[in-house]
Write a protein that binds this ligand. Structure first.
Ligand code: DP6
Length: 389
């Protein structure tokens, strides 16, 4: 009798926020970057994608359901991930004929984010990391997270960094086939567990330029961009790794803010220019710069991706100073901790907080966290149907 069994494996995967930004591809098909990048993985207690990968002869074709909505799987990115993972499984099956031929069965991938997609947080990194990890677990692949990062990268560049927890680099590599363009763990979360992140979600009136098309435009038109990719980022990668090894927040913060600002500078230098930050984002920059000036040292660092949301990194020991200072602008916003009663830095001009009150719709208070975790809870039932939470 034919094997009609439903095979499943489930995982959760984290979001990561870069402190040295990936912006620019040297190969759009393989998603090979023009420069290395480095990120902090955020805790899955607050932000995570839960994915079940299932395969069975009962399924008619490959499918993907995200937050209850069927998605198109015919795109090159999805197809590359499915193809590469299947070929690793097929190699195992060829070496051991007793293994079930999972590589030949249609896949059903079911995925749920625990954060609102409307928040505009980059979910593709957690999404592709969870997809690759879940299928690798389903296929019982022996490959390491670094080896799997080569596959996740082809789904979305930043996804390769979400296969690890803690502090993660994506080394750009040199090979034309991308074999050395991989994610590496710089340090686990336990090395520097005091790192915190406050995500200030800013409402965006309209959807901006996607990262994929924005970075292509920058590579094609910005005169400043080659200097960033070839000169500035390689130096910063070395300095940032050292700052993380030394748990040197002042250097970490300086590099993080400079790199975010330079990424947005090359966006402005793109023709036509790309604006990801808005007035609320710029107000957040002013507040953080002022908190640091009044504190007499860098206690907070802002960074912005391809949208207006601010991510503010700080250390646990400075929580009162940083959150106490931001309190006036964030009180009453969903996600804010009412228990923050500290006064923050002395002498902060409260007027600087006014634009935050107007423009921030939600706060997510989180911290550095771990990489993908294998879980029991399955989003595909024993009958092969989707389980809604
Ligand atoms: C600004 O990884 O979303 O967040 O590879 O085209 O899917 P694709 O791009 P994506 O770009 C992320 C850009 C960034 C910086 C970063 O995360 O390093």
């Amino acid at each position: 009798m034919a094997d009609a069994k439903i095979y499943t494996a489930s995982t959760t995967a984290p979001v990561n926020i870069a402190v040295i930004k990936y912006w620019g591809k040297r190969d759009t098909k393989l998603n090979l970057p023009t420069n290395s990048s480095l990120s902090v993985t955020l805790s899955q207690d607050d932000l995570r994608t839960h994915t079940t990968a299932a395969c069975s002869s009962q399924f008619s074709a490959d499918s993907l359901i995200l937050n209850g909505e069927p998605q198109d799987v015919s795109g090159a990115r999805q197809q590359a991930c499915f193809r590469e993972l299947r070929s690793l499984r097929a190699a195992l099956e060829a070496a051991d004929p007793s293994l079930p031929k999972l590589s030949t069965l249609p896949l059903k991938i079911v995925s749920e984010n625990n954060f609102p997609t409307a928040a505009g947080l980059a979910s593709s990194a957690a999404g592709f990391a969870a997809l690759v990890r879940a299928i690798a677990d389903l296929y019982q692949l022996p490959q390491s997270p670094t080896e799997l990062s080569r596959i996740a990268r082809q789904g979305s560049g930043s996804a390769c960094r979400s296969l690890f927890g803690g502090y993660v680099s994506w080394e750009q590599g040199e090979a034309a086939n991308g074999s050395d363009s991989l994610a590496l763990e710089v340090a686990p979360a336990s090395h520097w567990p005091q790192m915190r992140a406050a995500i200030l979600v800013v409402s965006a009136a309209k959807k901006g330029v996607s990262s994929t098309s924005g970075m292509q435009a920058t590579v094609a038109t910005s005169a400043l961009f080659p200097h960033r990719a070839n000169v500035v980022v390689p130096e910063r990668m070395v300095q940032m790794k050292q700052a993380i090894r030394d748990r040197d927040f002042e250097t970490f913060a300086d590099l993080t803010m400079r790199d975010s600002n330079q990424f947005h500078a090359v966006c402005l230098d793109t023709s036509p220019p790309i604006f990801y930050m808005n007035d609320v984002s710029r107000a957040a920059i002013r507040v953080v710069e002022e908190i640091n000036r009044l504190a007499g040292k860098r206690v907070a660092a802002y960074t912005f991706d391809a949208g207006p949301n601010a991510v503010v990194y700080y250390l646990d020991e400075n929580e009162d100073l940083v959150l106490g200072s931001l309190k006036g602008g964030l009180k009453g916003v969903p996600g804010w901790r009412a228990s923050v009663t500290a006064e923050g830095v002395q002498g902060l001009d409260q007027g600087l907080l006014e634009p935050l009150k107007e423009g921030i719709t939600r706060v997510i208070l989180t911290s550095v966290g771990s990489g993908p975790v294998s879980v029991q809870e399955s989003l595909v039932g024993a009958d092969g149907a989707v389980v809604r939470k």
